[in-house]
Ligand binder design. Structure first.
Ligand code: ADP
Ligand code: MG
Length: 330
């Protein structure tokens, strides 16, 4: 059966009223009219983020549609997490070469199971024909004036990263070249692949960092590049300790220690949070990490000045720290 645009939206994106999360009480008008109407709680500010996933750019052609749906929403929830926002709603602009039902079923399953896990509702969007591109706009709220930004850190603050960066880049390599993982067992291979295909946005951690972290950024282009952006926005220099980088056992087995560190610093698409903290607040952080069941590791510090230094056993080392750039200098 050929699916028209209207049937497609009805079938895959408009959720039945029984789905709790799809029917938030703060959505007086969702999918079906010309625009959605949303209630913003008193005393809170709206936080908005938008990211596109383009076939051949952000995921390889032929990638599992369930992963594409998951990642299109995950990367946006990660941006809200970096601001300490509580996600509430999202819009989807989907451009498809054809109304392929297998693709749509997988895509919607991936997107909606992540949406339900975070209690966010799809409140509108747009559906057009063309090359495969999924654009999501995520909307959330923070207490007025409390949003975390890249700019709040000061010299002396400690730099942390959640999780184990580098895994996602290893997962992408495995996806593109399955033979590259000869040293891995099946569990490790699945773990690394899933870190690329199904990243977990650190929403609870972001909210737990409100009033605690001095600055925050999510790691999408590479840890060193993104931590460097935070430092620059805060008017500080960044110093990272190579030995402190948290590496997963699977990443070590995949790449070996040296290449694993390089992937952790520059791999990208981790969707972990990199944040800073005044040193005297470290004990408060431990309690919050416990609450949200998330690991984070101190990987360095901010200093007066500019630029990035990486130290190994105290000595400055030279590494290529460039992150992903859609339009790199020739
Ligand atoms: P309009 O022509 O007024 O832009 P559309 O036909 O594009 O309306 O959309 C009809 C309704 O369906 C709108 O409420 C819109 O937000 C929603 N919608 C369209 N595409 C999607 C989608 N992919 N996901 C969720 N909602 C969508
Ligand atoms: Mg429209």
């Amino acid at each position: 059966m050929a699916l028209g645009e209207f049937e497609l939206i009805e079938h895959y994106f408009r959720r039945p009223a029984e789905v709790q999360c799809a029917r938030r009480s703060d959505v007086p008008l969702g999918i079906g009219d010309d625009a959605a109407v949303l209630d913003i709680p008193a005393g809170r500010q709206l936080v908005a983020a938008l990211d596109a996933l383009v076939e051949g750019r952000h995921f390889p052609a032929g990638c599992d549609p369930q992963s594409i749906g998951h990642r299109a929403l995950a990367v946006n929830l990660s941006d809200l997490a970096a601001m300490g926002a509580k996600p509430a709603w999202f819009l989807l602009s989907l451009t498809l070469p054809a109304a392929d039902e297998d693709f749509l079923a997988g895509f919607a399953r991936g997107m909606m199971s992540l949406a339900d896990a975070h209690g966010v509702a799809l409140v509108g969007g747009d559906t057009t024909g063309g090359p495969l591109v999924a654009v999501v706009q995520a909307l959330g709220t923070v207490p007025a004036g409390a949003a975390l930004t890249r700019a709040g850190a000061r010299p002396g603050d400690l730099v942390y990263v959640s999780g184990t960066p580098g895994d996602s880049a290893a997962g992408l390599r495995l996806l593109l070249d399955p033979a590259s993982g000869a040293s891995l067992d099946a569990t490790q291979r699945r773990y690394l692949l899933d870190r690329f295909l199904y990243p977990a946005p650190r929403v609870a951690l972001g909210e737990a960092l409100l009033g605690l972290a001095s600055a925050c950024i999510d790691v999408s282009d590479g840890l060193a590049a993104d931590a460097g952006r935070l430092a620059a926005a805060s008017g500080c220099a960044l110093e990272l300790d190579l030995e402190s980088l948290p590496l997963s056992p699977a990443l070590r087995d995949f790449a070996g220690e040296g290449a694993a560190r390089q992937l952790a610093l520059t791999g990208g698409e981790d969707y972990e949070l990199c944040f800073t903290l005044a040193p005297e607040r470290a004990p408060l952080l431990a309690a919050q990490l416990d609450n949200v069941k998330c690991a984070a590791t101190c990987i360095g510090r901010l200093l007066p000045g500019t630029g990035i230094t990486v130290r190994q056993q105290g000595r400055a080392v030279t590494l290529d720290l460039r992150g992903f750039d859609h339009f790199p200098a020739p």
